[in-house]
Design a protein around this ligand. Structure first.
Ligand SMILES: [Zn+2]
Ligand SMILES: [Zn+2]
Length: 763
């Protein structure tokens, strides 16, 4: 059996099934998956066994393939047994992701008669930590951070009892034998308390900041309704405006704070327990500074026993900010001493525990768009579930992007995308990258024959790939974005609209608003957004005002009042750079177009993080949508001037300057929100019309990719108009459309090129 079959109660399930059906034999974990040996009279009982196996598999299991053959042994003992894992084979098994505490365990947690009453580490074969506590496979207790805890008699009896829900549950523990919580002051000194949970709940109610050691790392928690406390957390963490996620006690409470559709509720309550972006109600009691200038809030439900215990404490606030426990520009803390030294000065108290976190994993983030769950950050709860491919790839590593990095290990028809790592420009994240590559190679056993990276030579991930001394394949950034969607949906080729931040283009310009024909080996650039000068280059990418000033200069327009507020010498510097043509790389980036539009409208001149201006522009556009359907909005008369195309060689250029200058001229006649909406609609109309010209029959698969497709308005609007033209539209769902999914696309292209090269070489 291959797939997610270890650490999910699969062997005990096989044992029970075989015993019920009166079959003799054995079951064992191997590095390939699970191996079952059966003896029976004829084939019929064996076929019935395999059918039941598929139908009744445990909730966390994912059976990907079952292969069978006759055994060569002629004798086998009667009865059925679970045998010790075989760890001499090369590693190929798959580790399950971490899963929220199950309903059965939650019932025991609050049952005073249960021996695990209020035990914060309760779990069973159907739930609990996996990926974050396993250092190598096969998945057995000594290979996990539970190895140091010797099971007590009661736990050992359950572990050995096939009738128990904890039969062979590796992280099983209880008050008598397992890990414990402890309560510490702001310097990390342990404080005596009967209950760290009660102490934390009281501190949170008083507006204190508590660092909590969780599943994949530390959280910083604070009362989400306490404006003063939230501001204090922002100040101490050095996170001025970026939205903070909250955890609410239960789903009813969530619906009091936010609009909640059925698919959103389903996403919230799923065993993966991601952060779901939800639209805030106008009048709710949470701190305004949780998500300034945005209409959405990241919300999650409790997922560890500790979270449930905390919310059950009578003094605990009903909603807590639960933001990653790290100083800005550093990865989330995992170890006790590391957290105490790095979070000193941020946290007032610490809840620590003595179960080590082996793999760091941030909370995952998703947004429901058109009823579908769209992952924006893929980490805890999803990783390392493999992604199924429709073709065979050689063993490889694809090293991903510079920002929002993930990497990918692939072999055969499986690709394992790493957890969200972060921005490799900061040294701490580079260490995290290195550790994660080592860890995931241990878990998958993949020994790469080749490496793949971005064409940008200065990415840290590209530098890492070069150091591996393997055959190296470099992939253009936006081709990789298209390929990530092709890999997820099993496409061989397609017409792709990639709307993204920045990626190095073949002509050395900064690309990011591209229409390409792509397959697994190559791409052809058919069109792109007009090149605009980016005064200051990459360093200026967060400063939309520079683009706006450049635009005014190019089109001979006077600066609008809000841009005149920018200091004169700064503006002069931009003009001087433009005039001399120095440090002004041309860019077709759609992300920069959003930045420019936000600056022209006076919404945001300077972004605090990648995507900041675009998120505020989208939030503003939604205000103009009140009560209107998107299809209706798309059908209304445009405000901004219609798009102009220009042909340059064989590439079509979509002129954006006339639209932006139109926006500048119209800004005194229209509300900002109406122009923000029309900007989105302009992109939808222009790009879908362009796609229609390229493929009037609409018979090519239409691929949407790049970070801008996280924008709900843009994604839905484009999809509506493309479908009207009979296109079948594909975009990232399980794999992020942003740079977090790039490594999968690199893997597909690099692996395919390697195979094709070997075929040409006659191997
Ligand atoms: Zn459970
Ligand atoms: Zn025990």
């Amino acid at each position: 059996m291959r797939g997610i079959v270890q650490g999910v109660g699969f062997r005990p399930f096989v044992y029970r099934l075989a015993t019920e059906m009166g079959l003799s034999g054995s079951v064992t974990n191997t590095t390939e998956g699970v191996d079952i040996r059966l003896t029976a009279q004829g084939n019929i009982p064996i076929n019935a066994f395999i059918t039941s196996l598929r139908q009744q598999a445990p909730p966390m299991a994912r059976l990907e393939s079952v292969t069978s053959r006759p055994l060569t042994e002629t004798t086998m003992a009667a009865g059925f047994k679970i045998t010790k894992s075989d760890n001499t084979l090369p590693l190929r098994g798959v580790t399950p992701p971490d899963t929220a505490v199950c309903a059965a365990c939650r019932k025991e947690l609050f049952d005073p008669a249960d021996r695990r009453f209020l035990y914060p580490f309760i779990n069973c074969t159907n739930c609990g930590p996996r990926f974050t506590i396993i250092s190598a496979i096969p998945y057995d207790r000594p290979q996990t951070s539970m190895g140091v805890f010797e099971m007590c008699g009661d736990c050992a009896a359950e572990y050995q009892n096939p009738a128990s829900r904890r039969f062979h549950a590796q992280p099983d523990a209880c008050w008598a034998c397992g890990p414990r919580l402890s309560w510490h002051d702001h310097l990390g000194h342990q404080l005596t308390t009967a209950s760290p949970i009660q102490a934390a709940a009281k501190a949170l109610a008083r507006g204190k900041i508590v660092a909590i050691r969780g599943l994949g790392g530390f959280h910083l928690a604070v009362n989400a309704a306490d404006e003063e406390a939230v501001r204090r957390l922002r100040r101490r963490k050095g996170r001025s405006v970026k939205a903070l996620a909250i955890m609410a006690a239960d789903i009813d409470l969530v619906s009091r704070f936010c609009h909640l559709s059925a698919p959103e509720a389903q996403a919230l309550e799923g065993p993966e327990r991601p952060i779901v972006l939800l639209q805030r109600h106008e009048s709710e009691s949470l701190a305004a500074s949780l998500s300034p200038n945005l209409n959405e809030l990241g919300v999650m439900l409790p997922y560890t026993p500790l979270h449930y215990l905390l919310f059950a404490a009578s003094t605990c606030p009903a909603a807590l900010v639960m933001t990653s426990g790290n100083p800005s520009a550093e990865p989330i803390c995992t170890a006790n001493n590391e957290a105490v030294s790095r979070l000193k000065g941020i946290a007032d108290f610490f809840i620590l525990h003595n179960r080590e976190i082996i793999a760091r994993a941030d909370d995952s983030v998703l947004r429901v768009i058109s009823g579908r769950q769209i992952l924006l950050r893929r980490a805890r709860g999803y990783v390392p579930s493999p992604l199924a491919l429709r073709l065979d790839l050689p063993p490889l590593i694809a090293c991903g992007a510079e920002l929002k990095n993930t990497f990918c290990l692939a072999q055969g028809r499986q690709a394992v995308l790493s957890q969200h790592i972060g921005d490799l420009i900061h040294p701490g994240y580079l260490d995290f990258f290195n550790d994660s590559v080592h860890h995931l190679r241990q878990l998958t056993g993949i020994k790469p024959l080749l490496a793949v990276c971005d064409e940008h030579p200065d990415y840290q991930s590209s530098a890492y790939a070069r150091k591996l001394r393997l055959p190296l394949f470099t992939v253009q950034h936006h081709h990789a974005h298209a390929a990530a969607v092709m890999a997820e949906h099993g496409l061989k080729s397609g017409l792709a609209i990639i709307l993204d931040g920045a990626g190095l283009g073949a002509d050395k310009a900064v690309w990011g608003g591209e229409i390409i024909m792509a397959d697994h080996l190559k791409y052809q650039r058919l069109g792109h957004l007009q090149y605009l000068p980016l005064p200051g280059g990459d360093q200026a990418s967060l400063q939309g005002w520079r683009l706006a000033v450049a635009l005014c200069a190019l089109s001979g327009q006077a600066l609008p009042p809000h841009l005149q507020e920018i200091e004169e010498p700064k503006r002069q510097m931009i003009l001087a750079m433009l005039k001399a043509g120095v440090n002004c790389p041309p860019t077709s980036s759609a992300g920069r177009l959003f930045d420019a539009a936000a600056a022209i409208l006076g919404l945001r001149l300077q972004s605090e993080y990648e995507g900041h201006a675009a998120m505020e522009l989208e939030a503003m556009a939604w205000r103009a949508m009140r009560g209107k359907s998107l299809a209706k909005a798309l059908a209304q008369d445009p405000i901004l001037p219609e798009a102009v195309y220009e042909k340059n060689n064989r590439v079509m250029i979509i002129k954006t300057v006339p639209m932006l200058t139109g926006m500048l001229n119209l800004s005194c006649q229209y509300e900002v929100q109406d122009l923000a909406l029309d900007f989105h609609l302009w992109l939808c109309r222009t790009l879908s019309a362009f796609a229609g010209q390229l493929n009037p029959a609409g018979d090519l698969p239409m691929i949407l990719g790049g970070g801008c497709l996280q924008n709900k308005l843009l994604r839905q609007g484009l999809t509506i108009l493309l479908k009207e033209q009979k296109f079948k539209v594909y975009s990232g769902e399980e794999v992020p459309v942003n740079d977090g999914g790039l490594a999968l696309g690199q893997a597909l292209i690099g692996g395919s090129r390697y195979v094709s090269r070997c075929a040409h070489a006659g191997h």
